[in-house]
Design a protein around this ligand. Structure first.
Ligand code: HEC
Length: 462
């Protein structure tokens, strides 16, 4: 059977066209440390003190040098961003002066064995996660213009140091196992509403029964590949779980999956330019209003034996509720990890994205680093839509047509079916099979091979 490989690169670029429209300026990703009261108000999230109250603590300085970017007016960006503000063409950390600064601080970290200054496994895990993202970015980073330096030497200088810091930060398998289930902590904190409320459509919620075995939320399997293919490839250090919940409950949800799987012609020839390819039939059976879907991102780490491990730490929860099966029928929510809150054991380290919150686009964005194209211009989020309005730019269409992972329900994929209770037993969360699909994918990636190569060359990890 002919199959269409959905080209997410093109797809995402198309989406970005929709996202980059002029809107109200609501800069939420930046922090300007100008006056004392403002500084105090932001103390918990202060970019200077993520790891320790002392701003000159080397963990704070390392985090600031590698993960926080500053615009020409001194506004700091990416102070608590889920992913580094580093794009495929970014020169930051490779060109001077940031390159020299990064190497100096990494050398200081290594020479003073600063890894032993902080023992808290949660802080060590998060620093490993963040530096690992920088390492992986440097591997795939490439210039956009002809004649531009390739920075190969600078990449190696950065990578060799990052690899060693990463190796030293690695936790034991037992420590990783005992990392907090912060989703459960967030639910227990009472900070978040428990369910969608049509009377408060702007209120984010965290379903307490999301991971419940045989509960109303059904986890979708992408077996043998990760269910969220595009996310798993763009953010290869996380596992992604997709959940669907029809208003009729678990049985109704599986019945609907069966209907989709039984649909006689799920794929049709592509109507436009490429009739030899196929697309998903736009007439798939529809799910009812009230259906909710969730995408959960969880952190992956590697332990001190060099093994990749899925962890129970939730990095983000994205939920879309189908208020109506119609245009503009979706309500969108995101709750995501915040370092200061996680380290301060507040609400499981999770916070809701506000309705006017904006951020620079990172997911699969392959354009130039716009800040380096105009290096003297202040950074601005003006042209971006709020995060929660961006959702429907990628999740367009009505009902099932906006479910981007819908191919996973169709033949020739497996029928999504329920499992006996024992199937879900062995681990702290029931997404473990997605974890293992993601680990397999990561294990075969070039960036992971390269990191292992550095360790082998230095006689480090196994
Ligand atoms: C740049 C495009 C893009 C944006 C923006 C985006 N998503 Fe998605 N989303 C996807 C893709 C693609 C998938 C399919 C899974 C995969 O392949 O990774 C997906 C999957 C999902 C899923 C799982 C169900 C499904 O539709 O497959 C949920 C839930 C979800 N997204 C919610 C959100 C929310 C909430 C937002 C906004 C806060 C959002 N998304 C923003 C591209 C996007």
């Amino acid at each position: 059977m002919k199959r269409t490989v959905l080209c997410y690169g093109t797809y995402v670029l198309v989406c970005i066209g929709f996202l980059c429209v002029h809107g109200r300026s609501t800069q939420t990703q930046g922090t300007k440390e100008t006056n004392a009261p403002q500084r105090q108000a932001q103390a918990a999230a202060s970019p200077c003190c993520v790891y320790d109250p002392n701003p000159s603590h080397i963990w704070n300085r390392l985090y600031a040098a590698l993960l926080i970017r500053e615009d020409p007016t001194g506004i700091k960006y990416g102070t608590d961003s889920l992913d580094p503000l580093l794009w495929p063409s970014t020169k930051y950390l490779l060109a001077q002066p940031s390159h020299g600064r990064a190497l100096r601080i990494l050398d200081e970290f290594l020479q003073t064995h600063a890894e032993s200054l902080i023992h808290d496994p949660v802080k060590r895990a998060i620093l490993q996660r963040d530096l690992w993202a920088v390492f992986d970015w440097s591997v795939k980073r490439q210039g956009v213009r002809q004649g531009e330096p390739s920075y190969d030497g600078e990449k190696r200088e950065l990578q060799i140091r990052l690899a060693e810091v990463l190796r030293r930060l690695a936790l034991t398998p037992q420590q990783i196992e005992s990392l907090p289930n912060n989703y459960a902590q967030a639910v227990a904190s009472g900070e978040f509403a428990k369910e969608y409320d049509p009377a408060h459509r702007d209120r984010a919620f965290l379903p307490p029964d999301l991971f419940e075995q045989h509960g109303p939320w059904v986890a979708v399997s992408g077996y043998p590949e990760p269910v969220a293919t595009a996310h798993a490839s763009a953010f290869s250090r996380s596992s992604f779980l997709v959940f669907v919940r029809l208003p009729g409950g678990r049985k109704a949800t599986f019945d609907y999956f069966h209907t989709l799987w039984d649909f006689p012609q799920p794929w049709i020839p592509r109507p436009d330019t490429a009739p030899d390819q196929t697309v998903i039939n736009p007439d798939l059976p529809q799910f009812p209003a009230g259906t909710e879907v969730a995408l959960i991102r969880q952190m992956m780490l590697f332990d001190n034996q060099g093994n990749l491990v899925a962890t129970p730490v939730t990095e983000s929860v994205q939920i879309r509720v189908y208020r109506a099966i119609a245009k503009s029928g979706q309500d969108c929510y995101e709750i995501r990890l915040s370092r200061p809150q996680l380290f301060g054991s507040k609400s499981g380290g999770l916070r809701a994205i506000a309705s006017n919150e904006k951020e620079f686009f990172i997911f699969n964005f392959s354009g130039p680093d716009e800040h380096e194209v105009s290096p003297t211009a202040p950074w601005s989020l003006d042209k971006y839509l709020p995060v929660l309005e961006e959702c429907v730019a990628c999740h367009r269409g009505i009902g099932i047509d906006s479910l981007n992972s819908r191919s996973k329900f169709l033949k020739p994929n497996w029928l999504q079916h329920d499992h006996p209770a024992e199937f879900y037993e062995p681990v702290h969360n029931r997404g473990w099979w997605e974890g293992s699909a993601t680990l397999n994918l990561k294990e075969n990636r070039y960036d992971w091979g390269l990191l292992n190569g550095y360790w082998k060359a230095s006689g480090g990890l196994h």
